[in-house]
Design a binder for this molecule. Structure first.
Ligand code: NAG
Length: 362
C-alpha cells in the first residue's frame, strides 16, 4: 500500500487489543499510536522506546499528511467552463426544527462555500422562514414535520448527490420518524449520507438504519461515539486505544465510515484508521461540527465520483472525511488568528475559501 506510513498487523495481545486484532491497521500515524499503546501495555513502559515511537509518529504523520492532501486534491473537480449548474454537487441537508435553525444553516452554507452548486435544506415548517432569512442562497423545504416527509424528500433525491442528516434535527419523535424514512429511501437509491448530531442519536436508537450501508459516514463527537458504542458493541470501551475503538465500531456497523472528532480526529472504514491532526486552535465554538458535516457532504460526492483509482485505493469516503476534517481545522486556525477568543463558527465559515485554496489548490 503506497501510503508511505508504517504498516502494522497488530496481533492479539489479550483483551486490551481485541480491537486491533480484528484487522490490520494501516496508515502511519494511526498504526504508531496503536503501537505506542501496545508498548505501554505489554508491561515494559521504556521511556526511550516511547520517545522514539513518538518522534517516528511525527515524521510519519507529516509524510502521511502530504500524501493525503494530494489524494484530496485528486478528488476536487477541476473548474471548467463547460459544466452546467449542479455538476459539482447538489447537496441536501436534513435538519432544522423550532429550537435549532443555526446548525442546518451552517452545514448548508459550508457545503456551498466548499463548492457545491446547490444546497437544499429539508426542515420543520417553523424553521424554514428563519433559515431562509439567514441566506438567500439556500433552497428551503418546510416539510420535515409533515406526515409524508419521507415521500416529499424522496421526490428530490434523484436531483441530489448526497445528504447531510442531523444538524439541528432535535429529538422530536415525529421528526426522527421522518428521518428514519428518509434514510431508508436514500439507501435504496445508493445516495451517500453523512450523519451527525441528533441523526446519530437516531442511529444509536436504531443501528439497523445504517448497518452495512457503506455509503454512510458517521461523524460522532466523544459523547455521540460512546452512545453508538453502547448501542452497537455494548461492552466496555478501551479508553487507551482510540484508534482501535474507531476501527472496531466501524467494523461492527458493517464497515460504515466512522469519523470520531476530538483532539485529533480519527476515522476508519473498517480496514484503515486515518488520523487528522492538522493544527486548529483551542477554540471550540458550537457549530464547528456543522462546518465539518456540510463540507463532508460535498467531498463525499466528489470522492465517490472520482473513485478509488484516484485515491490510491484508500476508501474514497475516508479521503473525503480526512479532507473535511483538515479543512475545518484550518478554518478554525485562520479564524482564531484574526478573532482570538471571540471566534465563532461564522468567522470560520468566512475562512472556507482561503483555507480550501491553501490546502487543496495548487
Ligand atoms: C469489513 O472490513 C474487514 C477488513 O477488511 C473485513 O474483514 C470484513 O469482512 C468487512 N466487513 C464487511 C461487512 O464488509
Amino acid at each position: 500500500m503506497g501510503v508511505g506510513g508504517v504498516t502494522l498487523a497488530a496481533r492479539g495481545r489479550g483483551k486490551l487489543h481485541a480491537a486491533c486484532a480484528r484487522g490490520a491497521v494501516v496508515a502511519g500515524a494511526g498504526a504508531v499510536a496503536l503501537l505506542a499503546v501496545a508498548i505501554t501495555f505489554s508491561g515494559s513502559p521504556l521511556p526511550a522506546v516511547l520517545q522514539r515511537t513518538f518522534s517516528l509518529y511525527e515524521t510519519h504523520s507529516l509524510k502521511d499528511m502530504e500524501h493525503y492532501v494530494n489524494l484530496v486534491r485528486n478528488i476536487v473537480p477541476a473548474p471548467s467552463a463547460k459544466k452546467h449548474k449542479g455538476q459539482d454537487g447538489r447537496i441536501g441537508v436534513v435538519g432544522g426544527c423550532q429550537e435549532y435553525t443555526g446548525a442546518p444553516y451552517f452545514a448548508a452554507i459550508s457545503a456551498l462555500k466548499v463548492g457545491a452548486d446547490l444546497v437544499h435544506v429539508f426542515c420543520a415548517r417553523e424553521a424554514a422562514p428563519v433559515i431562509k432569512s439567514y441566506s438567500p442562497e439556500l433552497i428551503v423545504h418546510p416539510i420535515l414535520d409533515s406526515r409524508d416527509a419521507a415521500q416529499e424528500v424522496e421526490k428530490w433525491l434523484p436531483r441530489l448527490h448526497s445528504l447531510v442528516v442531523g444538524p439541528g434535527l432535535g429529538r422530536d419523535d415525529l421528526l426522527l420518524n421522518s428521518v428514519g424514512g428518509i434514510l431508508e429511501v436514500s439507501k435504496a437509491r445508493g445516495l451517500p449520507v453523512v450523519i451527525d448530531a441528533d441523526g446519530l442519536w437516531l442511529v444509536a436508537q436504531q443501528p439497523t438504519l445504517i448497518q452495512g450501508y457503506q455509503k454512510a459516514v458517521l461523524t460522532p463527537n466523544h459523547i455521540e461515539f460512546s452512545r453508538l458504542w453502547e448501542a452497537v458493541i455494548k461492552g466496555p470501551m478501551d479508553t487507551k486505544d482510540d484508534s482501535g475503538c474507531v476501527l472496531r465500531l466501524s467494523q461492527a456497523l458493517g464497515n460504515v465510515t466512522v469519523v470520531r472528532k476530538g483532539e485529533q480526529d480519527l476515522m476508519s472504514d473498517g480496514q484503515q484508521v486515518l488520523v487528522c491532526n492538522q493544527k486548529g486552535s483551542s477554540r471550540r465554538c458550537g457549530g464547528q461540527g456543522d462546518l465539518l458535516s456540510g463540507s463532508l457532504g460535498v467531498m463525499a460526492h466528489w470522492a465517490l465520483l472520482a473513485g478509488p483509482e484516484r485515491t490510491d485505493s484508500i476508501s474514497p469516503l475516508l479521503v473525503a472525511a480526512w479532507g473535511a476534517c483538515t479543512l475545518t481545522r484550518e478554518c478554525n486556525q485562520q479564524a482564531f488568528q484574526k478573532h482570538g477568543r471571540s471566534t465563532t463558527t461564522s468567522d470560520m465559515i468566512t475562512e472556507v475559501g482561503a483555507a480550501f485554496s491553501k490546502l487543496f489548490e495548487t
